[in-house]
Design a protein around this ligand. Structure first.
Ligand SMILES: *Cc1c(COP(=O)(O)O)cnc(C)c1O
Length: 352
């Protein structure tokens, strides 16, 4: 990929900022598995405070944070309920092969589970699986970065309380949701017992994620983290970047959202051949099915113009804005789409 390529594949491609490198170079370090790494300890306390929880745990990835949330809140032979297109269902349900916890999908709209379907799934039905936890996701990756309305989260909280089950919030992009709703991240996490946060997406840290929740759950998660090989040593070197990510990087996400909106607007002027979702946050999905060319063909042609996107399902491309995407890059992306649209003559769509 050329250095001036426009990389819209994901916000995970973001590199650390200069301020992160500076913090990393001077962070006090220790053995986090022995008597604690002071920088990790600081990050965990700071993240917990920002997320409005008692305690935090620094982990290698958001996938690991979600796995620990499941291990601490559901037992073998129980089920967790989650939206059918959620990341925890689509991309992480292989965890069941270790946890023995069944992932039961509930259909939803724009990432929000249908509340009637959720209510009827809670008792476990003829499966006789006891429901231990409900998992929510905001912003919702597959729903093109849609943000759960707080009213929806409150309604799910009420159902969870009625049934005595916990709620885990997959908040990989929680700061994007907070930016969209103009509330603090903690105001969203307040509806959940545990919350995960990815530090290495739009927040630009090189690696890492946080799981936050009540102290007993986080103590237990720390125990499980050790069992799955997630305990690290001088992890402060990366936790230092995480502190920078949480303290300053959330403030600029509005720029990414504005550029995603601009991109969506421009691409929709190319219709009827393309149809872009209107984003609430930083993810735009572009339906190319009416062009009669597959997403992977579009992605390959766009790459020739220096624009990298990801084929998403059978009909879509996914474009994610982030810190390395400028206004000029949005214009360049639009130009590339226009060129490729001219190069790929419209075809009748093959029946899928
Ligand atoms: C990216 C993502 C994850 C996984 O994060 P990793 O840090 O890559 O493991 C989990 N949930 C959602 C919603 C995500 O977008």
């Amino acid at each position: 990929m050329a250095p001036d390529a426009v990389d819209l594949r994901s916000d995970t491609v973001t590199k650390p900022t200069a301020a992160m490198y500076a913090r990393m170079a001077t962070a006090p370090l220790g053995d986090d598995g022995l008597d604690g790494d002071p920088t990790v300890v600081e990050l965990e306390a700071f993240a917990a405070e920002v997320l409005g929880k008692e305690a935090g745990l620094f982990v290698a990835s958001c996938t690991m944070a979600n796995l620990l949330a499941t291990l601490t809140q559901a037992a073998r032979g129980e089920q967790i309920l989650l939206e059918a297109e959620s990341h925890m269902y689509m991309a992480e349900r292989g965890a069941a092969t270790f946890t023995g916890v069944f992932h039961a999908p509930v259909q939803g709209t724009l990432g929000a589970m249908d509340l009637d379907l959720l209510r009827s799934a809670l008792p476990g039905g003829s499966s006789k699986l006891r429901t231990a936890m409900i998992a929510l996701e905001t912003s919702h990756n597959n729903a093109s970065g849609a943000v759960l309305p707080l009213e929806h989260m409150a309604a799910v909280r009420q159902l969870a309380d009625e049934w005595g089950v916990t709620i885990h919030l997959d908040g990989a992009r929680l700061f994007n949701a907070a930016e969209h709703l103009h509330v603090a991240p903690g105001a969203i996490a307040a509806y959940a017992d545990t919350v995960s946060l990815c530090l290495s997406k739009g927040l630009s840290a090189p690696v890492g994620a946080i799981l936050a929740g009540g102290r007993p759950i986080i103590d237990e998660a720390r125990r499980f983290r050790r069992m799955i090989g997630g305990q690290q040593r001088q992890a402060g070197i990366v936790a230092a970047a995480g502190i920078e990510a949480i303290s300053v990087m959330g403030h600029r996400l509005g720029e990414d959202h504005a550029r995603a909106q601009k991109l969506s607007f421009l691409l929709n002027t190319l219709s009827p051949h393309l149809s872009a979702t209107i984003p609430q946050t930083n993810i735009v999905q572009v339906d190319v099915s009416t062009t009669g060319h597959e997403p992977k063909v579009w992605a390959a042609e766009l790459a020739k113009e220096g624009v990298y996107v990801r084929p998403w399902a059978k009909e879509r491309l996914r474009c994610v804005t982030h810190r390395h995407i400028s206004d000029d890059d949005i214009q360049h992306t639009y130009d590339a789409f226009r060129l490729v649209a001219m190069r790929l003559p419209p075809r009748a769509m093959a029946k899928l």
